[in-house]
Write a protein that binds this ligand. Structure first.
Ligand code: GLC
Length: 404
């Protein structure tokens, strides 16, 4: 029987067949990239460092692994990345990362010797080893020049040398989904899938048969039915035709979809951003006063109740659709690794959208119930805050035990 386009069943089926094609190196919108790092044993101990790059901030962390799945953050700093760096040259970009690390270490410069450093680089990479990876293409509207096709560890090492930080060596390079999976796995043996729902979106899973972690790069899944507004949004981005799922799901785009949809329905609110969706959707007052205040702050001084209802409904639908796409894709991954859902699965999730949106997590859970029925109880969604930084610190400890 043919499934209805856009139905959960159809998405799950198409997603799974794209996964299989990707794994077999056939043409697929899912890259299915092997990550060259093992899951931790929980017994790793010692001090390690992480650099986490992937959104608008760069994070640096010094962490202590205490064994038995315990990790403490000794120090953490966040550096905001100037917009112009995102579309400038590679040297300036990697110099910025090196200088941020230098300023982080300045207080304790002797740490630089023999430090274990993990690098979370949240973009699609073709890895050939634990500490090397070439950028396949930028996503999330990053467009730093002359990085595509190059090994980012080499580019970073060159910047370290330029900035006089010679003794430092990256021992592990990983995607943020992989880091999040590692962070949760350090204390939870049931964790075999991780998701990021933030500026971008993606997932990875532990493949038992291949004994390794696979970064799906699910943001580029392209078998979803799109509305005219999705198409319009796509055209306005710097990578039209790419990252189709990401443009329907992640924080970078949800506000824009709501804006374009409302415009199509006759209501123009140019300032509507993803961060306002939560407040709008949470307004349960009879006259939608919170929505009214938000619209006012966005330049719509007078709004009718009808208009406010429309704004709220559109926001609710945009975020509900996103959560349902996530749940269906996740279901495909679960079915791939455990056909009859016979084991328990902890799904580690990190990212601002998941953390801040009031209904996202609930909507994913409800949709999983719709798909799996009672068996959905075996699936646990676990918020894994700072997973993408902590995971890199743990990965550095795992990697320094292996021969590189
Ligand atoms: C984008 C990147 C992917 C990353 C995700 C979440 O989809 O391509 O590598 O994991 O954003 O940050």
């Amino acid at each position: 029987m043919m499934e209805r386009p856009g139905s959960l069943k159809k998405i799950i089926k198409d997603f799974h067949s794209e996964m299989l094609r990707g794994l077999q190196n056939k043409k697929s919108s899912l890259k299915m990239l092997p990550a060259y790092i093992d899951r931790p044993l929980s017994s790793e101990k010692g001090r390690s460092f992480a650099i986490d790059l992937g959104g608008t901030n760069l994070r640096i962390l010094e962490a202590g692994l205490k064994g038995k799945g315990r990790i403490v953050a000794f120090r953490q700093r966040q550096f905001s990345i100037k917009r112009e760096l995102l579309s400038g040259g590679a040297e300036a970009f990697f110099d910025f990362i090196a200088l941020s690390l230098k300023s982080f270490l300045e207080e304790k410069s002797k740490l630089a010797k023999n430090m274990k450093l993990g690098f979370t680089f949240s973009f699609p990479m073709l890895q050939t080893g634990i500490a090397s990876g070439r950028l396949i293409h930028w996503t999330k509207e990053f467009s730093v020049r002359s990085v595509t096709g190059k090994d980012v560890v080499n580019l970073f090492n060159a910047a370290l040398i330029r900035k006089g930080l010679k003794g430092i060596k990256i021992v592990a390079l990983l995607n943020d989904t992989v880091a999040t999976l590692i962070a949760r796995s350090y204390k939870d043996k049931n964790c075999d899938i991780a998701l990021i729902l933030g500026t971008g979106t993606n997932a990875c899973y532990y493949d038992r048969t291949r004994q390794g972690i696979i970064n799906i790069e699910w943001g580029s899944f392209n078998k979803l039915p799109r509305t005219v507004y999705d198409l319009e949004l796509d055209k306005s981005t710097d990578n039209p035709g790419e990252q189709t799922l990401e443009k329907m799901v992640s924080g970078r785009y949800l506000g824009r979809i709501a804006r374009l949809t409302l415009k199509g329905l006759g209501l123009n609110i140019p300032g509507l951003e993803t961060e306002y969706l939560s407040g709008i959707e949470l307004d349960s007052s009879k006259n939608l006063l919170r929505v009214k205040a938000r619209l006012k702050s966005l330049g719509l001084a007078k709004s009718s109740l009808e208009e406010r209802k429309l704004v709220k409904d559109v926001c609710l639908l945009v975020s509900l659709r996103a959560a349902r796409i996530v749940a269906a894709s996740l279901a495909a991954v679960i079915m791939h690794i455990d056909k009859n859902l016979s084991r328990r699965h902890s799904i580690a999730i990190d990212g601002s959208l998941y953390q801040r949106h009031p209904w996202f997590s609930r909507n994913i859970k409800l949709t999983l119930k719709e798909i799996f029925g009672k068996k959905a109880a075996k699936i646990k969604l676990v918020l894994t805050k700072n997973g993408s930084s902590q995971g890199a610190a743990i990965a550095a400890a795992v990697a320094s035990k292996c021969k590189i």
